[in-house]
Design a protein around this ligand. Structure first.
Ligand SMILES: Cc1cc2nc3c(=O)[nH]c(=O)nc-3n(C[C@H](O)[C@H](O)[C@H](O)COP(=O)(O)O)c2cc1C
Ligand code: SF4
Length: 344
């Protein structure tokens, strides 16, 4: 799927998507709200109907990451997706294949089998890869240092360009400090939310200057002007209002920094390093969640860097919330299918 020149900057602000929703089996739903708690953006609690609903604010009514976080967290199998999140035209046209969400299919079956049927044929590494889910519900229980060390060691042995190992880790278990940092982050990110949606957008009306501004901003910050992170930001702001943090009250946050002088592509190296840690944590029975909202503002606010003692040559890359999951979340879920070009 290519995106032609003429549509690269068209429909950038709140593009229309194909109808997508969740279906709730009211007989099975116990009203535990775990789906709402684990969802990074899109699932809210409907007070009137007393059940979850998909829907954000005003103009962003049905925006979703479609990540299956709600389904993974639901203990009673009460949720189902209807359709998939898909934008048909414009700047943010979906490039995934138009085949819907498909479960892990490593054996290339014509009709993919349920995960339970293929699991015993998988290696241990594959099992961790397929069942790892972002975890946003944690037990209020400290993580022993020995376990944190096992995670850091998995990161240390990641591959890196020229074996440069351009990373540094800051481990924070002081929840007050995490809250302090997240408070600064949310203040900063709220400006972006206002630029994108504003109070008129939240109440369902568009503003001409905003419709013009967002395509312009999408030149310089294409990923940030996608409506999905903007929808997720709305949910993060709500979460912050309730809990005072963006890291889900996890007992430990690992900040990963990269050396700006790193060989070739230090950002890529730290991404690989972080994922080693995340997979190791899940293999140990822990839960993790990357929290970009808690680190993006470091790029702009020097005060935040000072709080963690970050100085040249270090730059914030990402953060990972880690802890004991509360209830089961890790499980295999269906995903979109990327375009694959075989050249043989
Ligand atoms: C770099 C990065 C940043 C992320 N930032 C956030 C975040 O700020 N808040 C959040 O709830 N989830 C965040 N996530 C988690 C994604 O939403 C999640 O990985 C995605 O929806 C896929 O779901 P899965 O991890 O369960 O497979 C982030 C993930 C990555 C890789
Ligand atoms: S997680 Fe499942 S059971 Fe709990 S409120 Fe959501 S749909 Fe209902």
């Amino acid at each position: 799927m290519e995106i032609g020149i003429e549509e690269r900057y068209a429909n950038a602000h709140i593009p229309k998507c194909v109808p997508f929703d969740i279906k709730v089996d009211v007989e099975k739903c116990t009203k535990c709200k775990r789906c709402v708690l684990n969802c990074p953006g899109g699932i809210y609690w409907d007070e009137e109907k007393e059940m979850p609903r998909l829907g954000g604010y005003g103009l962003m009514e049905k925006v979703s990451l479609a990540c299956n976080a709600c389904l993974a967290a639901c203990p009673s199998g009460a949720l189902e997706y209807v359709g998939e999140y898909r934008v048909l035209e414009g700047r943010y046209k979906t490039t995934l294949q138009d085949v819907g969400l498909v479960p892990p299919n490593p054996f290339g079956d014509e009709t993919p089998r349920p995960y339970d049927e293929i699991e015993e044929k998988l290696t241990d590494v594959e099992k961790v890869i397929y069942t790892r889910r972002a975890n946003r519900i944690y037990q209020n229980k400290p993580l022993p240092k020995e376990l944190i060390n096992r995670i850091l060691e998995a990161g240390r042995f990641a591959p890196s360009s020229g074996n440069g190992q351009p990373w540094k880790f800051i481990v924070v278990t002081d929840k007050n400090l995490i809250k302090e940092i997240d408070t600064e982050c949310i203040k900063f990110l709220s400006i972006f939310r206002w630029l994108y949606l504003g109070s008129r957008g939240i109440s369902g009306k568009d503003t001409p200057w905003r419709k013009a501004l967002v395509p312009l901003l999408s030149y310089t910050m294409p990923g940030d002007m996608d409506q999905r992170p903007m929808g997720a930001l709305g949910k993060a702001i709500d979460l912050y209002k309730e809990t005072g943090d963006l890291h889900f009250d996890a007992p430990c946050v690992i900040y990963i920094l990269n050396d700006v002088r790193g060989i070739a592509s230090p950002e890529l190296d730290t991404g690989i390093c972080a994922q080693n840690m995340v997979l190791a944590a899940h293999a140990l029975g822990l839960g993790t969640c990357y929290v970009g909202f808690g680190t993006v503002p470091f790029e702009f606010l020097s005060g935040l860097n000072k709080k963690l003692g970050i100085e040249y040559p270090w730059r914030m890359s990402t953060s990972i919330a880690v802890g004991y999951p509360k209830g089961k979340i890790d499980k295999a879920v269906p995903r979109g299918v990327p375009p694959v070009k075989w050249i043989e």
